[in-house]
Design a protein. Structure first.
Length: 403
């Protein structure tokens, strides 16, 4: 059954060694929760459904908090602190109740015999497949501390790019919303007052003024229909994106082909794919599992489809370079670098270098685009609002002709 059907239960009891223990467990029903706990050797004293308290149960745990947790765990383990003691220390240092409870649950699962990777897998919203797979590889190879360090570095790089993209998008979005709001207010509140005044004039109004007055009148009449249509489009669009894979594929395909935005999107996707692939392979994961992790990290269906085909080809016996070469969506430079890496036995270092190159290209593209956004958005705002004002005041400058 899916994790979405599981419920959370709290329990108290004694372990097989006679030590008092309490914690939480996810199960499809209370009978299955009791069965799981008994299998772990716990003699139950109480077991009941856990109701999430509204003041902390829905708290959002941010990505930078996961990164900080990863860094701190790596430092404590490097200092020789036992893993359960690490989680106890971290739980006491975390102020957010929701995250603290997650740390305590992980610690409890480890006490009951689960590996760290298995305990993390119980919280997929916080620790994705890439994180859990790398931790599992670190536990198996005895390089957990190094793996956690790489994970923290990977998370920091990923968050840095996301932060810059959000910063680049926030300003134009705010300006666009303000421009549309001001235009709507002018069309519904200001221009009708001008129209009443100008209707008393006997002369002919300038064409642009008459056009804006007609636009205002039509907008007021059609505003309920416009709002209803927008809401319907949003609802239908969301339904299509949830149910139609073709619709998602079409939008993702369009996104990487748009002028300017398409080039930036491709660089971001490639940078994330290469960084994830290099990080997971360096952690000791097999190439196929590393590719699967990379596919899950890429939020574009076109690239995901290509990566899944690469996985099939590699599974059937092709080298990574040959499998990559069959996919036209990947640039020739990346294919050549992978080829050199495989032939020289330095694939990991080549992928890390390639990831750095694409991240630098993203940084350069953002540095080029961000300074251009402000004047362009101000120009759009000026044309929208300024155009309406000029249209309304133009008859004032031509009073002699109108009278």
């Amino acid at each position: 059954m899916g994790s979405s059907n599981k419920r959370l239960y709290t329990y108290m009891g004694k372990s097989s060694s006679g030590k008092f223990i309490q914690g939480k467990i996810k199960a499809t029903n209370i009978q299955w929760a009791r069965h799981q706990l008994r299998r772990k050797g716990i003699k139950l004293q109480s077991l009941k459904k856990c109701w999430n308290l509204p003041f902390w149960g829905n708290q959002t745990i941010k990505a930078n908090e996961i990164t900080l947790f990863t860094q701190q765990l790596a430092l404590l383990l490097k200092a020789g602190v036992p893993i359960r003691r690490c989680f106890t220390i971290l739980a006491h240092s975390i102020k957010k109740p929701a995250f603290r409870q997650v740390i305590l649950d992980i610690n409890n699962d480890i006490y009951l015999g689960d590996s760290l990777a298995k305990a993390l897998q119980n919280h997929p919203r916080l620790f994705n497949a890439i994180f859990c797979n790398m931790v599992e590889a670190g536990e198996t190879s005895g390089t957990l501390i190094q793996i956690l360090g790489r994970l923290a570095k990977y998370q920091q790089q990923d968050q840095s790019i996301k932060k810059r993209i959000r910063k680049a998008l926030t300003y134009p979005l705010i300006v666009l919303i303000v421009a549309l709001a001001v235009s709507a207010i002018m069309l519904t509140q200001v221009i009708p007052n001008f129209a009443k005044t100008y209707s008393k004039l006997s002369g002919e109004l300038p064409y642009i003024t008459q056009f804006v007055m007609d636009l205002s009148e039509n907008f007021i009449q059609a505003s309920p229909l416009i709002l209803a249509s927008l809401l319907a489009l949003i609802v239908i669009g969301k339904l299509m994106l949830r149910q139609s894979q073709q619709a998602v594929f079409f939008i993702d395909s369009l996104l990487i082909r748009l002028p300017l935005i398409g080039s930036l999107s491709r660089k971001i996707i490639l940078g994330r794919f290469i960084s994830t692939l290099g990080t997971t392979i360096s952690a000791g994961l097999p190439v196929v599992i590393a590719l699967k992790s990379s596919a899950s990290s890429v939020n574009n269906r076109c690239y995901q489809t290509a990566i899944l085909q690469i996985i099939e080809d590699v599974t059937s016996g092709l080298s990574l370079q040959r499998a990559l070469g069959k996919q036209a969506i990947f640039p020739i430079t990346l294919k050549q670098m992978v080829n050199v890496g495989e032939e020289s036995g330095s694939l990991v270092s080549i992928l890390e270098k390639a990831g750095q190159i694409f991240e630098q290209e993203v940084e350069l593209a953002l540095d080029t685009i961000i300074p251009l956004i402000e004047p362009v958005m101000m120009l759009i705002l000026g044309i929208l609002v300024g155009g309406l004002l000029v249209a309304m005041y133009l008859p004032v400058f031509q009073l002699g002709q109108i009278f």
